[in-house]
Ligand binder design. Structure first.
Ligand code: RB5
Length: 142
């Protein structure tokens, strides 16, 4: 299960990402927002973070205008590793090295074509499992 959340700045791009997930037959739960009306990104970061921490979802995707605010908000939850990615190298590396559990993107930063490739890369890349990366992740959590 993939938990989705966005604010008004990420709403349009999230509709493209949902079409991609539908095409790939991947199950998701959309925690909103559900329109382009102005709203507050921390609320959606919270819903997606809680879905992952409770075990309702394995991964999350969060989108705001820049991807910055929503990643800052999500990373306040211990156990959440939310990675703002603007290219496929970052998406691959953050799975391999950081075992990131939430992908963040900026709806005003990346176009739909690139965002879809970033999403595919993020969802298809496993954590490397390397001891050095696991050790470093362990040092992040308090
Ligand atoms: C909303 O205008 C915008 O501030 C928000 O989507 C995000 O970019 C914040 O980091």
């Amino acid at each position: 299960m993939i938990a989705l959340g966005c604010d008004h700045g990420g709403y349009a791009l999230m509709q493209d990402i949902k079409k991609l997930l539908d095409k790939k037959g991947l199950e998701y739960h959309d925690y909103g927002t559900y329109s382009e009306a102005s709203c507050d990104y921390p609320e959606f970061a919270k819903k997606v973070a809680e879905a992952i921490l409770s075990g309702d979802a394995e991964r999350g995707i969060l989108i705001c205008g820049t991807g910055i605010g929503i990643s800052i908000a999500a990373n306040r939850y211990p156990g959440i590793r939310a990675a703002l990615c603007t290219d496929c190298f970052m998406a691959e590396a953050t799975r391999l090295h950081n075992d990131a559990n939430i992908l963040c993107m900026g709806g005003r930063v990346v176009g739909p074509g690139l965002a879809e490739k970033i999403t595919e890369t993020f969802l298809e890349t496993p954590f490397s499992g390397d001891e050095r990366h696991a050790r470093r992740i362990g040092k992040i959590e308090r």
